[in-house]
Design a protein around this ligand. Sequence first.
Ligand code: PGA
Length: 260
Amino acid sequence: MNHGPRETEEFFAQIQAESGKMNATTRSAIQAGKVALCVFPPALSLDASLSASKSCGLPFHVGSQNTHWEKSGAFTGEVSGPMLIEIGVRWSLTGHSERRQYFGETDETVRKRTESLLDQGFRVIACVGETRAQREAGETRAVLEKQITGILPKAGEGSARFLDGTLVIAYEPVWAIGTGLTATPEQAEEAHQEIRKQLWERFGMEAAGRTPILYGGSVTPENASALLGCANVDGALVGGASLKAKNFLALVEAAGRLNP
Ligand code: PGA
């Protein structure tokens, strides 16, 4: 719940002003499609993001933070896939831990959203991650397995529709989100390996290899390189540190350096 339409316009104006200083390696990594940029603003700022990002000098995807599984109906307060498609949005998050923590989201509702969005042709970033109590009790692996099983469409007929990189998983340990506590690169890599293994067991090696797995939880320009440098960390889902254009671009530079 950061950046209304006016702040969104200011953010992209700053991106435009600063992006001229971008390292040539990073710029060519973006042009070659090795580094992709996506913002997930509040629903009210989607339109401003779409229009302001067009003239900011860098290619941005714009996604929804939360999307209902039904296409329309009596679901006050929700936004649907067809509404997003109408304005030009083709990405969505599902199952962010704040949706689970504060708004009663369960693995089952995350699965419904994820499956419906994939069927409608969206690229989906589905979020998983353990709480501090679960990590301290040694349950991280079991929690990730339960969440991956619970939120993804079943393997089998029709599953090919999301195995081409359309689906992205974000590993976001709940204890690291907005707390300033970051998973160490070793902790992140271990969890990402576990997620990759879960995907492999369900959908096969090729699908597991094609599914980007992002790390989220107090990522900053200072720690981004170490996290993004892990073999199974394919990108970052960033909250606080992404809100200022300068920091956002510093994060992009970290990704650019690692993907020349
Ligand atoms: P943070 O948030 O980077 O501020 O920890 C991450 C998130 O909300 O996904």
